[in-house]
Design a protein around this ligand. Structure first.
Ligand code: M6R
Length: 599
């Protein structure tokens, strides 16, 4: 989703801004723009498409200036084109802004400003900021921004410069903004990725903070214009972790990082057959767990439901965060809410969290990005420590989320005074090695991808704890290959989707050992009888599977609780290879954003 980067210091800003925007590309965008200030002159370039479409080194070589702001836009109000791309300027072209978020009362504000003769060029809600700040500006940029913010309903990560001022003013509400503190230079960004090239010292701004930034100093105020202080944090990961390290795509690299990611989520959390977590709630009052999330994280939540109910015997409800937030859910202080989010910035998940907190529900976060908004708002949390996930399609975060939910299930069981299954604990520790075995099948899976890359539809079928894996496999394929795919509980197929099955329909079955293996086998028979083409993920040497399947992807045997983690890997690889063989931009699929910060 939209990305923000800004620089103020002693170096030429233009090349720093371009590099920063490239670091933000993974968030997904459809247009971009850059503005550099040089001795009261404004250089502004923006347009539709990728940064490489907009940025031509020959246009940039003469651009001098050590203050600049840059933006990648993911269209909400108005089509992706040059006019709607950020930055936006006021009528006099003196005040330049970039904005992430949504101004809900923009129509009303635009009407008022138009009556006052402000001329709008774009269809965006964001341009309001430029004109509103212009209206209030009389030499004090921070003061004008503060007055403008008082009229805004909605969310913002806002960055503002004035051509005559050697400063950048920023403000935030429900849209992340980070300051990177360097030596005689300060960076502003919507996430840490573009800052990490220069410094690991960061300040996470809080809602309604307004910061005025000069090259070697900054001040932060609240909306009442009182000075406030924010801690400087040190980011622990380094720039190597956001490089491709020889892999063709970030997604492939991240798929292959899963054994290590699992080790990281487990590190220090199982000791002497006990699960160690720091989770803030009262086990004696716990009636129910409610998990909310979006997309892939919602799929891991569904697997979490199976695990928590089976292992800890506590009932679990799983809700899409976007549904939970508006349905007046009957949660109360005897519930525990878990929010699952890779980015920790997803707008709907954040809103669900706030809704739960307003009803005195304790919230536990399962989050990957350290310091993200969700991670700072929850009562307690389990960080995934999976490292930065750059590919838009979530992979290593998903399997790490499942592991975190499993740890939580074991932790609750332990808190209830019940013994933990030693076999399961042992199997958990041997899982990273088993993932390597599956990853070694990448070329074999690529051959299957070659056969099916021109298919226009796919069905993914699984049962029990592997039904959400079917959903996730279908989502991965849709997201990056643009092939229509559906995930279903295998038994539901005969209630409708079976009508779709013919010799052109590839059906991927999850048929690993477990309580429903025989049942899945019957579902495979049903597809075979109708001529569907069957790809089976299995850990069994089963003669029926061999007879019924066109292609088999053999995975190492594990316990049923852990099968979703193993079974997800071949599905990720299948989606990856199909998309890559189709020549698609795997890491930046069309229309998608890595972190969805609008509802
Ligand atoms: O950062 P989050 O986990 O909160 O993101 C939720 C979804 O937007 C995300 O999982 C999305 O579905 C991914 N593109 C899946 O690959």
């Amino acid at each position: 989703m939209c990305g923000i980067f800004g620089y103020i210091g002693e170096k030429e800003a233009a090349s720093i801004l371009v590099k920063g925007l490239k670091r933000l590309e993974y968030r997904g965008y459809d247009s971009a723009g850059i503005c550099v200030l040089n001795k009261n002159e404004v250089f502004l370039i923006k347009g539709k498409g990728s940064i490489n479409d907009i940025y031509h080194p020959e246009n940039f070589q003469d651009i001098k200036g050590t203050i600049g702001i840059a933006h990648t836009r993911w269209a909400t109000h108005g089509a992706p084109n040059e006019v709607n791309a950020h930055p936006h300027a006021d009528c006099k072209k003196e005040i330049i802004i970039i904005h992430n978020g949504i101004i809900e009362n923009y129509s009303a504000l635009r009407k008022i400003l138009e009556k006052e003769d402000h001329k709008f060029l774009s269809e965006t809600d964001s341009e309001i900021f430029a004109h509103l700040i212009e209206k209030f500006y009389s030499g004090n940029l921070e003061g004008a921004v503060s007055k403008a913010l008082k009229l805004i309903e909605g969310t913002f990560g806002l960055v503002v410069i004035h051509k005559n001022n050697e400063e950048i003013v920023v403000a935030k509400r429900s849209s992340p903004l980070i300051l990177g503190i360097g030596e005689n230079e300060i960076f502003i960004a919507s996430d840490a990725a573009p800052i990490m090239d220069y410094t690991n010292k960061v300040i996470y701004l809080e809602d309604d903070d307004i910061a005025t930034i000069k090259k070697s100093s900054y001040s932060i105020k609240n909306l009442k214009e009182e000075e406030i202080t924010r801690d400087v944090h040190e980011i622990k990961w380094n720039i190597d972790q956001i490089e491709k390290k020889g892999f063709k795509h970030f997604m492939l690299k991240e798929i292959f990082e899963q054994p290590e990611a699992l080790e990281n989520v487990l590190r220090g959390r199982i000791k002497e057959d006990l699960v160690k977590l720091t989770v803030d709630f009262d086990i004696n009052k716990l009636n129910r767990v409610v998990i909310t999330a979006c997309g892939t994280s919602w799929h891991s939540a569904l697997i979490g439901k199976h695990l928590i109910e089976k292992i800890s015997k506590i009932p679990v409800e799983v809700d899409y965060a976007s549904e939970f937030r508006y349905r007046n859910s009957l949660v109360n202080e005897n519930d525990l809410m878990i929010v699952v989010s890779q980015s920790g910035e997803t707008a709907d998940t954040l809103a669900a969290l706030k809704e739960a907190k307003s009803k005195n529900v304790k919230v536990l976060g399962i989050v990957n990005v350290v310091g993200s908004t969700i991670s700072r708002m929850v009562d307690s949390g389990i960080y995934l420590h999976a490292g930065p996930e750059i590919g838009v399609a979530s992979t290593k975060a998903f399997t790490s989320q499942v592991m975190a939910l499993l740890l939580f299930a074991l932790f609750i069981r332990q808190k209830k005074g019940l013994s933990l299954d030693k076999n399961l604990l042992e199997e958990i520790s041997s899982l990273p090695k088993k993932l390597i075995e599956v990853l070694n099948k990448s070329e074999e899976i690529k051959e299957i991808a070659e056969i099916f890359k021109s298919s226009t539809n796919f069905l993914y079928l699984g049962r029990g704890i592997n039904f959400p894996v079917a959903l996730e496999g279908a989502l991965k394929l849709k997201e990056i290959s643009y092939i229509h795919a559906e995930g279903y509980p295998a038994a539901e197929m005969k209630h409708g989707p079976i009508a779709l099955i013919d010799e052109n329909m590839p059906v991927v079955f999850l048929a690993t050992n477990g309580t429903v293996f025989e049942k899945v086998l019957s579902n495979i028979e049903e597809v075979r009888a109708r001529g569907g083409r069957i790809i089976t993920i299995t850990d069994r040497d089963d003669s029926n599977i061999k007879r019924l399947s066109d292609y088999i992807i053999k995975v190492p045997a594990t316990m049923e609780e852990l099968s979703p983690i193993i079974n997800s890997i071949p599905l990720q690889l299948l989606a990856y290879h199909i998309a890559d063989l189709k020549g698609l931009d795997v890491d930046r699929p069309r229309n998608l954003a890595k972190s969805v910060t609008v509802e």
